[in-house]
Design a protein around this ligand. Structure first.
Ligand code: CKP
Ligand code: MG
Length: 311
């Protein structure tokens, strides 16, 4: 059986080592929050499938080749003959400030619809993962994401939802209107502290948001604290693990790495604290290397920056 099914938009990211306005060379990479998670799990030996739409041209081919090379199952992917693959430009402004700009409106990925997901979901998986980016892409993508989360929850497949708020895609009010109802169908919520009120009441603080989510049936609320590690709230209380200290060179993809680490620990049957340890370990790998997912570890590399903590 498949361990993970994840649904989203994969992008081509074009990275500039300096200001975009100054021109110069760009390098081409695969990006996309859900495909990052799929790669993170596949690298650790789990069976991960990614579903979404890609263009029926060279860029779509590039996305699929990258995913396949990483061992991600792409059998459910649809090629869209009419729409382009979304682009993301990433420019490095200073050593530790980089900026992202999207060209993704009207993309193949945004044309995702419920029909694209029926067969992949019927094939089953131990976990379904989505991020809040997918329902932000278009009305049909929002319907597809909502349908997938509800259908999985009804058939007993645990759902992981990473809030992943993107101000460039929708307002906080629109995000909350879609994500807050959906959160009640999730087993695991992943958020940074400033995202928690998007799955609960407006202006809810961490404790209020967590209480609300647990009352609605969420099993674990994971709060990412960056260099301060992460907290997990469950019905048994709250646990904290510190971050693994590394020199951060690129924080894009850290959240997805964290999620992949947690879900890997879940699939391996680790207890809550050990899942969190693996989550922060993968987050450390992601920030210590360039690229959204390129630095993620294989299983035999887990101990490289974590000693025994993530083992
Ligand atoms: O929250 P993260 O930094 O882990 O997410 C990064 C990804 O999908 C990145 O790969 C990018 O393509 C995106 O988030 C996005 O659409 O912003
Ligand atoms: Mg994120």
């Amino acid at each position: 059986e498949r361990d993970l099914l994840t649904v989203g938009e994969a992008l081509v990211s074009l990275r500039s080592p300096g200001p975009l306005a100054a021109g110069g060379p760009l390098t081409m990479h695969l990006a996309g929050a859900e495909s990052n998670v799929a790669i993170g799990l596949a690298r650790l030996g789990h069976r991960a499938a990614w579903v979404g739409r890609v263009s029926d041209d060279e860029l779509g081919e590039f996305v699929l080749r990258q995913l396949r090379a990483e061992g991600v199952d792409t059998a459910g992917v649809r090629r869209d003959p009419d729409r382009p693959t979304g682009l993301m430009f990433l420019e490095r402004r200073t050593a530790d400030v980089s900026r992202v700009r999207y060209h993704r409106a009207g993309s193949a990925g945004a044309a995702l619809c419920v029909d694209d997901l029926r067969a992949p979901l019927a094939a089953g998986a131990r976990l379904l993962h989505l991020s809040g980016i997918t329902p932000a892409l278009s009305d049909s993508a929002r319907d597809a994401a909502t349908w997938a989360v509800r259908t999985a929850a009804e058939s007993g497949i645990p759902v992981c939802l990473d809030v992943n708020y993107r101000a460039g895609l929708w307002s906080r009010e629109r995000a909350r209107a879609t994500l807050a109802p959906l959160a009640g169908c999730a087993s695991v919520i992943v958020a940074s502290t400033d995202e928690l009120d998007l799955v609960a009441e407006p202006d809810a603080d961490e404790n209020a948001a967590v209480a609300d989510l647990l009352r609605r049936g969420v099993r674990a609320v994971l709060v990412k604290l960056g260099a301060d590690g992460a907290r997990a709230h469950t019905a048994d209380g709250v646990r904290h693990v510190p971050a693994v200290p590394v020199t951060a060179v690129d924080t894009v993809g850290a959240g997805d790495a964290f999620t992949a680490g947690y879900l890997s620990g879940y699939l391996d049957g680790l207890d809550l604290v050990d899942r969190l340890r693996r989550a922060v370990a993968l987050g450390a790998f992601a920030v210590a290397g360039h690229g959204d997912w390129e630095g993620l570890p294989r299983r035999d590399e887990l101990s490289l920056i974590t000693g025994s903590a993530a083992g």
